[in-house]
Design a protein around this ligand. Structure first.
Ligand code: SF4
Length: 77
C-alpha cells in the first residue's frame, strides 16, 4: 500500500449523503451532522479504498488528490 499522503475533498454542495464513501473508507470519511460526508483524516494514505470511494460516489462529490502536488487521482476523468 502506498504511504503517499492524500488530500480528500468533498464538495458539500454536491454530496447527497448516501454514506457510500464512508462505508467504503470509514477511516478517512464520515457523515457529518448535516448529513453530508466530510474528510475525517487530514493525513489519509489509503489510495485504493479512497479511489474506490471516489469512483462509487453517484454525484462525483468526492475527489482524491496527491497532497504534495494537488494532482487529482480519483475519480478518473
Ligand atoms: S458517496 Fe458521494 S454523495 Fe454519498 S456521502 Fe459520499 S460524497 Fe456524499
Amino acid at each position: 500500500m502506498s504511504t503517499e499522503e492524500l488530500l480528500v475533498r468533498v464538495d458539500q454542495t454536491r454530496c447527497v449523503g448516501t454514506g457510500q464513501c464512508a462505508r467504503t473508507a470509514p477511516d478517512d470519511l464520515a457523515l457529518g451532522p448535516n448529513g453530508r460526508a466530510y474528510p475525517r483524516n487530514p493525513h489519509a494514505t489509503d489510495r485504493d479504498l479512497l479511489t474506490e470511494a471516489a469512483e462509487l460516489c453517484p454525484v462525483e462529490a468526492l475527489s482524491v488528490h496527491l497532497a504534495a502536488t494537488g494532482e487529482q487521482i480519483a475519480p478518473a476523468d
